[in-house]
Design a protein around this ligand. Structure first.
Ligand code: COA
Length: 169
């Protein structure tokens, strides 16, 4: 297995990675304007895409202070490759790029409540503060669970409101 960076997936990769459960990501975004993350990290088994995550640096604001974070999304492992912790391996790879390839000290993702435990196993914790993000109509309260991975821990620990200065991903 190897992990490669891509700025665009081929149509075969999109098909292989996402065709099996197109609905997986749609319940996350009922009527919410999303923004695409431009960096794709693909795990290959003999040149065949088996797992994927997408990321890009975004900006968080808390008490008027802005910080870069690495927004992560579209984490997916093909069904026949699940159960081998490939998702964790991919996330670990992205975390290793914090502070080097990406100028951010924390990673952030949105998920459904049933995946909180999964991301905790990868070192994330649930954000308890209210979180808002941008829409064309203005700021909107985030309806999903937000999870953060931060090194060192505690960077974002107080419970004051967080504004994500972009559309969600
Ligand atoms: C979520 C997903 C990426 C996990 O795949 P994976 O990396 O192969 O995960 P594994 O099967 O190796 O599981 C690792 C651990 O997470 C747990 N886990 C995996 N999927 C889970 C789920 N949906 N809910 C709760 N726990 C889960 C496993 O029980 C396992 O725990 P253990 O180490 O204590 O045994 C994969 O199920 C998937 O692609 N799902 C559909 C897309 C999706 O929902 N992506 C997330 C969008 S936010």
């Amino acid at each position: 297995m190897k992990i490669v960076h891509k700025s665009k997936l081929t149509s075969r990769e999109v098909d292989r990675l996402f065709r099996w459960r197109e609905h997986v990501f749609s319940p996350l975004a009922p009527g919410i304007e999303m923004s695409a993350l431009t960096h794709h990290y693909v795990m290959l088994d003999d040149d065949e895409a088996v797992a994927h995550a997408q990321c890009e640096v975004r900006v968080l604001e808390r008490q008027g202070k802005r910080r870069p974070i690495l927004g992560i999304g579209a984490v997916v492992v093909r069904p026949e490759y699940q159960g081998k912790k490939l998702g964790h391996e991919l996330l670990k790879h992205l975390h290793g790029l914090l502070g080097s390839s990406f100028d951010a000290q924390a990673a952030w993702l949105f998920c459904m409540p049933e995946l909180i435990r999964y991301y905790e196993l990868s070192g994330y914790r649930e954000v308890k503060s209210p979180v808002c993000f941008e829409q064309s109509t203005g700021l909107v309260l985030c309806p999903w669970v937000s999870m953060i991975y931060e090194r060192p821990p505690g960077l974002f620990e107080d419970n004051s409101e967080i504004i994500i200065r972009s559309k969600p991903w």
